[in-house]
Design a binder for this molecule. Structure first.
Ligand code: SF4
Ligand code: SF4
Length: 157
């Protein structure tokens, strides 16, 4: 097989390269000056300085949480559908039995380290007892803190 020789494109002269560099610099400076003169157009968040006022968007998913009312009660009926729906086995619904023999929630354990925040558990829940939360400062060196109990109280019988 014969090797095809592709000719190299002619190189620009020195002046053309300098002119190209100046044009590119001017383009960058125009953008920089635009934001300098109109700071309201800047979209970059000054994190962590704005930590107190920073609001995540409605669709942001940072954690899983159980919805509680003012009395600290929740609507989880310990059906286990969220546990079954989770592709990563990140949820354990540990049940107990009420005096009437009814299944009630004992502990709702969520493991953040294996959760991909896909939201399938929330979709599967028939009572709306869980939802995706907007926590975003979840980095830690304490692995134990990645396993959370989401219910504040045992379920109601
Ligand atoms: S968000 Fe997804 S990965 Fe995380 S616990 Fe729910 S179903 Fe599992
Ligand atoms: S959170 Fe919802 S789906 Fe999961 S056990 Fe409780 S009621 Fe069932």
């Amino acid at each position: 097989m014969t090797k095809r020789i592709v000719p190299r494109p002619p190189e620009d002269g020195r002046l053309a390269r300098i002119a190209r560099g100046i044009r590119s610099l001017a383009k960058g400076m125009r953008v920089t000056m635009g934001y300098f003169l109109r700071p309201s157009r800047i979209v970059t968040e000054q994190y962590p300085e704005n930590r107190a006022t920073l609001k995540m968007t409605d669709r942001f998913r940072g954690n899983l949480e159980m919805v509680h009312d003012a009395n600290g009660d929740h609507d989880c009926i310990a059906c286990g559908l969220c546990e079954k729906a989770c592709p990563n086995a990140s949820i354990s619904v540990l049940c107990t039995k009420s005096l009437a023999g009814k299944k009630v929630l004992g502990k709702y354990v969520w493991r953040m380290d294996s959760c991909t925040l896909c939201g399938l558990c929330v979709e599967a829940c028939p009572t709306g007892a869980i939802r995706m939360g907007r926590e975003f400062e979840n980095a830690t060196t304490d692995k134990a803190s990645l396993e959370r109990v989401l219910n504040r109280k045992e379920g109601r019988s």
